[in-house]
Design a protein around this ligand. Structure first.
Ligand code: SF4
Length: 258
């Protein structure tokens, strides 16, 4: 993670952008809705099954297609936040969107973007959805008022290959209380019933209204999906600890979308 570059971007009120596009939300309780995706570069983690591995490499140019089916522009990085706000407004005026999903990479590495974008998104009748790895509760707290919907990954060391972030995840979820919140737990062949129950218990304690989504891993980077017959058993175990547990795959993959 290039903290010097991120600091310079904050001073210039600019972002390193990977892409902007309008599509169907493919994950979580809001799957199937129309969302505008704003995907920024940079991430603080290196998950083995990352489906955006290029988030660590700032592309020379961002791909911007604010209107589905319209022309794609290639725009040099970094991009001024004011320019991004213009694309968001264009997209939301062209097609009704339920939300603008700020994703990455880790969008909390560009908190100034969310702060500036929230009024524009809301003025067009959409909500601000933050897709986050949930490891930076302090940054989240600094922009709480700019976020309407939280979609937080709970990173299991056994599946993503990172260290244990249970303390940070619980702190993050306590801050999310009162907001619509989903917690995504990626399930691989090696995920155990005990791990799922521990996460479900922690979610129930930190943010009882959050929906826990058990998401079978998409086989990327050698990740091995769970036996489909194991999923109902894992859900039943989680439901002993938390009332709101769903099993949902990445539906955009089923539709052949990236
Ligand atoms: S947190 Fe997300 S974007 Fe970052 S490495 Fe992990 S899966 Fe990829």
């Amino acid at each position: 993670m290039d903290t010097d570059r991120l600091g310079a971007l904050e001073q210039r009120c600019a972002v390193d952008l990977i892409e902007i596009f309008s599509s169907v939300q493919g994950e979580g309780p809001r799957a199937g809705e129309r969302h505008l995706f704003v995907r920024t570069a940079h991430c603080d983690l290196h998950c083995v099954w990352c489906d955006t591995p290029l988030c660590h490499v700032v592309p020379a140019e961002a791909r911007v297609t604010p209107v589905a089916g319209g022309a794609t522009q290639s725009v040099p990085n970094p991009v001024p936040v004011a320019t991004v706000l213009g694309w968001i407004a264009t997209a939301l005026q062209a097609v009704r969107h339920t939300a603008v999903s700020f994703t990455g990479g880790e969008p909390l590495l560009h908190p100034w973007l969310l702060r500036e974008a929230a009024p524009v998104v809301r003025a067009h009748g959409a909500k601000v959805l933050l897709e986050t790895d949930g490891t930076m509760p302090t940054v989240f707290e600094s922009i709480l008022d700019s976020v309407d919907i939280v979609s937080m990954d709970w990173k299991l060391p056994s599946s993503c290959g990172e260290r244990d972030f249970a303390t940070e995840h619980s702190a993050f979820l306590r801050l999310a209380r009162g907001r619509e919140t989903a917690v995504k737990l990626v399930i691989t062949a090696s995920t155990t019933l005990e791990e799922v129950q521990a996460v479900a218990t922690a979610v129930a304690l930190a943010c009882p209204e959050a929906v826990l989504v058990l998401q079978p891993v998409t086989p990327i980077g050698g990740a091995v999906p769970p036996n489909p017959r194991a999923l109902p058993a894992l859900q039943a175990a989680a439901l002993q600890c938390h009332a709101l547990v769903r099993v949902l795959p990445q539906i955009h993959r089923l539709m052949g979308q990236p």
